[in-house]
Design a protein around this ligand. Sequence first.
Ligand code: G6P
Length: 607
Amino acid sequence: MCGIIGYCGPKPMAEVLLEGLKRMEYRGYDSAGIAVRTNAELSVIKRAGKIATLREAVPPELYGDCGIGHTRWATHGGVSDSNAHPHLDDSGKVAIVHNGIIENYTVLREKLSSEGVEFSSETDSEVIAHLVARLYDGDLTVTVQNTVQLLKGTYGIAVTHLDQPGLLVGARNGSPLVLGVGEHEMFLASDVTAIVGHTKQVIYLEDGEIVTISADEYRTTDLHDRSIDKHIQIINWELEEIEKGEYRHFMEKEIFEQPDSILRAMQGRLDHEYATGHLGGLNMTKKELLDLERVKIIAAGTSYYAGLVASYLIESIARIPCTVELAAEVRYRNPIVERNSIYFAVSQSGETADTLYAMRELQRKGARVLGICNVVGASIPRESDGGVYIHSGPEIAVASTKAFTSQLTALYIFTLLIARMRHMSYEQGTEFIQALEQIPEQVAAVLGGAPKTAELARTYHKARNFLFLGRGINYPVALEGALKLKEISYIHAEGYSAAEVKHGPIALIGPETPSLFLVPDDTLREKVISNMKEVKARNGQVIAVCAEGDDEVAALADHVIRVPRVHELMYPFVMTIPLQLFAYYTALELGRDVDQPRNLAKSVTVE
Ligand code: G6P
């Protein structure tokens, strides 16, 4: 979603702001802008387009004592220079940047207009600048406290005032805001990636908190100006982790990091002695785990598909009913919370509004909601009743890759834990652990075949439609493969159960609609082969992802991608990788913006 940066300190102002925006560009990238306070004025420069376009418009000598910046993902008002942030009040003395949605902006805008205020954008955010200007009484902190009390909706904001040299005020409600504490410099950001190059000391603001910063000081308060003591936390990310290094794109880097990221997700969590999983962060007693009667998973996008894979696993080996639901559908459906059930909120970013709000609604009803998240300190892990961090390291490409396989790893270990409390024997547990521990190496072997997948992408990149077909535990993998291709290549792709094709989608089959079949050597292999034959009989082009040595499948398909033979339940890991690579290389062939595909944002903090 939108990214916010604020800076007070001695470094070249424009440079710090632009660099911070660049690092957060994955959050939203349709327009961007900065406001820098000098003694004479607030200099505001904003442009539709990417940070590079903004950078060209910013004079290098733009110095000041404080500044704010913003990268936008449009919600209210189209993509234009005037709708880009920062927004100014009429007098040009107040500049604000905002992430979130002001739900009562129409009422506020009408009221302000009737009082003579002229608006220069179509955004909901601009009302904040006018309100701050009108309520300003010489104390910017108190003014912002009073202003946000008039707002309904979500916001992370940063505010500067011409009459307040070297001072910024930030506020948070529902959209993340982090304070970075440096040596004689302070930062505000919606994301630690923006500031990790400058400081590792951060304070995460909670909803309803206000922060005032200058180069040497910060103060955190509630909305009534009462001081709040906050802990400084240390970020353990290194700068290299948020840089591309030798790779062309973050997505490429993140795909190839998976042997390591999967390993990190399992480290310290497999108990060989008792052949079980160990997840201390669940905050659940053995008795509570034993009493579990139902597991429910809520998530969006790729995380939803990780949940779907897990639902097959949980039901098949732990024998506990498990349902998965799109988080956006949960909140407004008056969900039924059953006793002895737990929910997992699966979210890479930990900030997805659909998932966060669904989680809050469930918690209000008394549900125990556990998070499976990557970003430490994000809203979902902070507000959840426990959970698992997947430790993938920063995922910067908009299309999620390594987070998916690490989410799977965490959910597999959870399943092992509860399965071993039920029907799974010690021997089966040991076998499961051994199979899981081989995954990093097997994923590395699949990555070794990347050039072959790149070749396939050259063959198929002109296709207008694609079908991704799988069955059983690999059916959600097919859905994820289709999502990946759609997201970054803009080719229309659908994921289906291979069995379902004959019930409708087969009408699409023809030379212009290739199908990618996932054919592991599991119990459904024969069935999938029959589905493949049905497609071949109608002149459909078939790519098959199958186990090494499966010559029967290879003979049927037009093209084949081979993956190592693995434990039947582990195929989702090795089957996912070629689909990620296929999407990546197809997008490359088509000259797409791989890391920042059109219209998308990495972390969607609005409903
Ligand atoms: C956005 C991203 C998707 C992602 C989804 C869920 O829509 O573009 O790639 O899968 O959000 O994100 P989360 O951070 O909750 O896993």
